[in-house]
Design a protein around this ligand. Structure first.
Ligand SMILES: Cc1cc2nc3c(=O)[nH]c(=O)nc-3n(C[C@H](O)[C@H](O)[C@H](O)COP(=O)(O)OP(=O)(O)OC[C@H]3O[C@@H](n4cnc5c(N)ncnc54)[C@H](O)[C@@H]3O)c2cc1C
Ligand code: SF4
Ligand code: SF4
Length: 430
């Protein structure tokens, strides 16, 4: 017979939403299990540069919260862990089966010294730098990862044993396997966040073919304190770009790619990146091609105007086609909405302001209850106006961008609402 350890709340996803809900509930005295499928907690926010509209450093805001989450006595954090099944029991509790994937490194013994990385012969694209640079098969995900523990990407490892010989703590362990962990909880919060739109779906932009067409997330990494280079470089030849274009609404407000809605943050994060680029590369021209600028939040319109006043050029126009010149520069063909003319312009780097799309995979984990999703595949909020954290399953709440695209302040408010709803629910059960 399987044994189930008891806890109050399971939170799935340790981005800023999951962390915020976990901290709120843990401070109220509830016991929280917070699971994250990646090797570090922090979600997308820990990888950002600065945040609009205040230009505070994202890492400086988020790392204290990440540390507090990791150390809180009422929160148990499990990284590299995903839910396999969640069963809604007759007594309204949930039986949860989790799978913790192996790091092939004994977590308690790894000191994060990175000696193993120096000898590993395997070089693969670094997913935490969005493929801008490479990493080894044994690696620490990024400088401010929490926990700062190595893992082995076993699919690419050639099992040469060099890391095992080098590790001063003898903590490489190739015998590790998936671990099944069972819990019985009274409530669940879904904080599984969003996925980035894949710009390869818009072939005419040439992402994946033209090397100097990158995504906004790749630019975030180049601007972040934990950046791969100490400069902004275009991928084809490492040249510092001096004529950069942004294409807003890449994969948002576009029926042809199945995503008719606005991603809420792209106008603002592109304007933020433009400001940061004007600081980093004072001689560079930045042009932002938009359909409409949506600057609806507190201080957002002022931020947009400030970006324009600093020298960025906003062009209302829809990009029809990008083509590549021999020198790697890109020709943008677009309709200028102001003149009605089809126009061309040349840039040496193009940044696609990719949208935020739904991550509905969690639905299938609920085996005997229907976690409803909306027509765009986000988790359905069954009482959007009065209780936005409620889902179709009693006792299951939703937080952050799992419900819809939103910025960090709105994510934090949504996570607070989910924690408040969960705590009320738990108190009513006592
Ligand atoms: C390029 C870019 C720049 C941005 N800049 C800003 C900015 O300047 N200011 C601002 O306010 N907002 C900005 N944003 C938006 C910001 O990223 C989001 O508001 C915020 O990260 C949402 O947090 P979240 O916790 O809801 O989601 P996420 O950060 O996506 O976190 C969800 C977490 O859940 C985990 N997860 C998913 N499924 C599972 C599962 N089945 N099991 C276990 N774990 C799971 C994921 O691995 C992830 O860690 C930007 C977005 C982009 C794309
Ligand atoms: S065993 Fe694998 S991870 Fe370790 S050094 Fe060799 S290739 Fe790298
Ligand atoms: S696995 Fe060993 S060598 Fe690698 S970071 Fe951990 S302690 Fe250092």
């Amino acid at each position: 017979m399987e044994s189930f350890e008891e806890s109050d709340v399971l939170i799935v996803g340790a981005g800023i939403a999951g962390e915020e809900s976990a901290l709120k509930l843990a401070d109220m005295g509830f016991k929280v299990i917070l699971i994250e499928k990646e090797p570090s907690i922090g979600g997308k926010m820990i990888l950002l540069s600065k945040v609009f509209p205040t230009l505070d450093c994202a890492a400086c805001i988020t790392t204290p919260k990440v540390s507090e989450t990791a150390r809180h006595l009422n929160i148990k954090v499990l990284t590299m862990t995903e839910p396999e099944s969640i069963i809604h029991n007759e007594d309204n509790s949930f039986s949860v089966t989790l799978v913790k994937h192996p790091r092939y490194v004994v977590e308690k013994d790894c000191t994060g010294c990175q000696e193993c990385e120096t000898v590993c012969p395997v070089v693969v694209k670094d997913q935490f730098q969005f493929d801008l640079v490479a990493r080894k098969a044994v690696y620490i995900p990024f400088n401010i990862a929490n926990p700062r523990i190595a893992l082995i990407d076993i699919e690419n490892c050639v099992l040469c044993g060099a890391c095992e010989q080098k590790c001063p703590s003898s903590c490489i362990d190739f015998t590790q396997e998936d671990e099944i962990i069972n819990y019985k909880v009274k409530s669940v919060i879904v904080a599984t966040g969003y996925n980035l739109f894949d710009p390869k779906k818009i072939e005419r932009y040439g992402y994946g073919t033209y090397r100097n067409v990158i995504t906004s997330m790749q630019m975030e990494r180049q601007l972040a304190p934990t950046r791969p280079f100490n400069n902004i470089l275009r991928p084809s030849d490492g040249k510092v770009p001096d004529k950069i274009a942004y294409i807003f609404c890449t994969g948002s407000r576009d029926h042809s790619v199945g995503n008719p809605i606005c991603s809420q943050v792209c106008c603002m994060y592109s304007s933020k990146q433009a400001q940061l680029l004007m600081g980093a590369l004072p001689m560079a021209d930045i042009t932002l091609y938009y359909i409409n600028v949506r600057a609806f939040g507190k201080g957002f319109n002022e931020f947009y105007i400030q970006t324009s006043d600093m020298g960025a050029t906003y062009v209302k126009g829809k990009i029809a086609l990008i083509s590549e010149k021999e020198n790697g520069n890109l020709i943008l063909r677009y309709e200028d909405f102001k003149t009605g003319q089809v126009t061309e312009s040349e840039h040496d780097l193009v940044v696609l302001s990719v949208g935020l799309i739904a991550n509905p995979a969690i639905k299938k984990v609920f085996k005997n209850a229907n976690l409803e999703i909306d027509q765009l595949n986000f988790i359905k909020q069954t009482d959007l106006l009065q209780n936005p954290a409620l889902t179709s399953i009693p006792g299951v709440f939703v937080a952050g961008t799992a419900t819809a695209p939103m910025d960090i302040p709105d994510t934090i408010m949504s996570a607070g609402a989910a924690a408040a709803e969960a705590s009320g629910y738990l108190k009513r059960r006592q």
